[in-house]
Design a protein around this ligand. Structure first.
Ligand code: CP
Length: 316
């Protein structure tokens, strides 16, 4: 594998999930693959889970791992072409990405959307410039429109904890006070549509995701009907795709609580990519109960990252 930016970069999703679960059983079996190889993780935005899990995954494979918070520790980056750099930016992404490629065998990049210009965000300008100029394999640590390492960990978690061959999985929109990206729900939908699950997306009117990511999913505005008898409920907020980045008020009752869960989906396991705002997106009573598998899910981020890095190292 030379690029991991979406589920479409994966030849065999089932095999990649199985590989992640095998690595969980035997994390240090492939340390020879990463010997004298460098993994550089470049963050243009904050992270807890992605940073540490990918760092640990690289170390488990014997790699040297460099983490650069380029937004705070690097020179101010210019992303635009054909302009005179007489403002606040100091270094162009063309040189910066090329130089990082000189120091690295694999590069990871995190770059969030601006949520102002949909065309610009959905063209993945920043991520694609890193891919173009660094000239080494690149793994997405969450881009403007997708978070594939998160989605792979989510699928690994479902595979690990499911109690029937084809579980019912529901992506359920949740309230938030800020405009959040569509990357996690886009990506989750895209991966679930390729997995052996019965998949439904529930959201209030106005929060339709791009059909490019949801093709094959059941979509409804009725949350109770959607989550009825669900095996897994993936709770996540996102802002509107149209008008882009909008937050539509009045949907606070979409936050799940125990009473509603017990009434319609008593056996559901509740997932969230984290970070989560307690009692805004998801109730504390659920997060603190055995129904919540959010920490287990975050733990699986290591094995998801390790499976991807292993396939990249094997292809070097
Ligand atoms: N879920 C996730 O990507 O977490 P971080 O933003 O903390 O990396």
């Amino acid at each position: 594998m030379k690029l991991f930016s979406s589920v479409n970069d994966v030849k065999d999703v089932k095999a990649l999930v199985a590989e992640a679960l095998q690595l969980k059983q035997n994390p240090y079996a492939h340390q020879h693959l990463g010997k004298n190889k460098t993994l550089s993780l470049i963050f243009l935005n904050p992270s807890l889970r992605t940073r540490i899990s990918t760092q640990k995954a690289g170390a488990n494979l014997g790699m040297n791992v460099i983490v650069l918070n380029i937004d705070k520790e690097g020179w101010a980056l210019e992303l635009r072409d054909n302009m005179i750099m007489n403002g606040t930016t100091v270094e162009h992404i063309r040189e910066a990405a090329s130089v990082m490629g000189e120091y690295s065998d694999i590069i990871g990049v995190r770059s969030f959307p601006g949520l102002k210009d949909r065309e610009e965000d959905y063209s993945e300008t920043i991520f694609n410039k890193f891919v173009e100029f660094c000239k080494v394999p690149v793994v997405s640590l969450e881009s403007a429109t997708r978070h594939p390492l998160q989605s792979l960990a989510d699928l690994v978690t479902i595979e690990e904890l499911k109690t029937k061959p084809r579980p019912k999985v529901v992506l359920s929109w949740a309230p938030h006070i800020k405009a959040l990206p569509q990357a996690v729900p886009n990506s989750f939908a895209e991966w679930m549509c390729k997995a052996n699950v019965d998949f439904t997306i529930a959201h209030p009117a106005g929060y339709e995701l791009s059909a490019d990511f949801t093709n094959g999913a059941n979509i409804t505005h009725d949350q109770d009907e959607a989550i009825k008898d669900a095996d897994f409920i993936y709770v996540k907020n996102w802002s509107a795709y149209e008008p882009y980045g909008a937050v539509i008020g009045g949907n606070e009752d979409w936050m799940l609580n125990n009473t509603r869960l017990d009434a319609v989906a008593p056996n559901a396991k509740v997932m969230h990519c984290l970070p989560v705002r307690r009692d805004l997106e998801l109730s504390s009573e659920i997060l603190d109960s055995p129904k919540s598998i959010v920490v287990h899910e975050a733990g699986n981020r290591v094995w998801a990252a390790q499976a991807v890095l292993k396939q990249m190292l094997e292809a070097l």
